[in-house]
Design a binder for this molecule. Sequence first.
Ligand code: ADP
Ligand code: ADP
Ligand code: MG
Length: 456
Amino acid sequence: MRTMLNRVFVANRGEIAVRIVKACHSLGIEAVVGFSEPDRGSLAAQIADRAVCIGPGPTAASYLSQGRLISAALGTGCDALHPGYGFLAENASFAELCGDNDLTFVGPTPENVKSMGNKLEARRLAQAYDIPLAAGSVRINDFSHAEAIADDIGMPLLFKAAAGGGGRGIRIVRDRAELRGAFEQAAAEAQAAFGDRALFMERYIENARHVEVQILADIQGNVVHLAERDCSLQRRYQKMVEEAPSVGLADDLRAEIHAAAVRLTQKIGYVSAGTVEFIVDLDRGSFYFLEMNTRIQVEHPVTEMLTGVDIVAEQLRIAAGLPLSVKQEDVALGGHVIECRINAEAPARGFNPSPGRVMRWRPPTGDHIRLDTHAFEGWVISPYYDSLLGKLIVRGQDRPAAVERMSEALATFEIEGPETTLPFLSYVFDKPDFREGHFNTRWLEAIAPGFAADAA
Ligand code: ADP
Ligand code: ADP
Ligand code: MG
């Protein structure tokens, strides 16, 4: 007979650490937060049952220090560890190390993380299970290899880091003359970010949407999907606005995408929450597998508001060995949900990070408005870490109502201290193309110079 976890160590920071503590409490589980020195007064540390320092600000000595995290978790009597996203969330050896120390890793198995962590291996598996792939190459180790096979892929194409994530190690090539520069940049960025220069090439889909499917899978073998999210509004291959359902997606294509995500999850024997990402070719009405993220995702609240399913609570239940609390036929979608990522960045100055003390923090409130954040008045946004201040999520009965609600919420959100992406987001929500659902993955970058020009 399985029982619930007793005490979970939160090996992360920021808004996701707050989110995990709250999910633990909703299930009657204690939460211990490990914080770095600059995070001593963080919201997550304040609301946790206990908080312990795991090291100084630089991540190598704190949030990325496997030894310190494991010692802190064991020293505080935890029986499980939640990695959140980023940091060690997709590190298979860390997941294994947790298991070796009798700490339940709140996430997939080390094998799941390993097989999906390398994009080439993930593509190989997807292909084996008849999931469509964009034309792509094998692993490329040197430029002459890239040159020899570029014509087989065709232009435009992308160089991608095999170990990639977070949009890093991706470079576009529209013309053979750009091939060498793009190769060198992508390899250097991959080496710096992932310690692995290995690249591959993939055909670039010009007129595309990013559509991803939220999955839940338990150890009993039940797999459900919680529909899709559209994350096409991106800058530098990083998401800024996410919504569900995806607007203008044909119903049969939508169903095929859901089925492909469920099939891959089942075939690889995946356990826990996960996301299967696809690129949809709007001109051809076709879709291609991009990658699977073996962790909780930043934009998971979109799906939670749409379906009423608490995805982090499900992760904890699955980790405890309990079956999913929802069946596929019970998943119902309520209205339309949109999320905006609010970053401490200066949108009129190339989205430069804008750390510093939050002097004023007056978020919008109301029905169907959710804010996932770690910020509060007086909190100092550290230059050491990610610039995410919070995620504003709203629901409407349909897309126009959700867009309207978000526009109002953005307009009434008062933040002083760091510069934020709020004015840029308002600019996006005023655009007729966005309001009418006419956008692709290149749209946001195309309109960004207009914002900077208006601001000048
Ligand atoms: P997601 O895939 O969850 O939407 P992104 O694509 O924006 O997230 O993020 C890409 C990578 O950067 C992921 O590995 C994610 O875990 C990491 N990341 C994103 N935001 C943060 C954050 N606020 N703190 C730490 N890591 C982050
Ligand atoms: P990461 O691991 O960095 O998230 P992904 O493979 O998920 O990398 O791609 C990130 C983003 O890059 C996608 O959301 C999409 O906007 C763009 N992208 C990736 N592959 C393609 C492709 N073949 N065609 C068009 N856009 C792509
Ligand atoms: Mg991705």
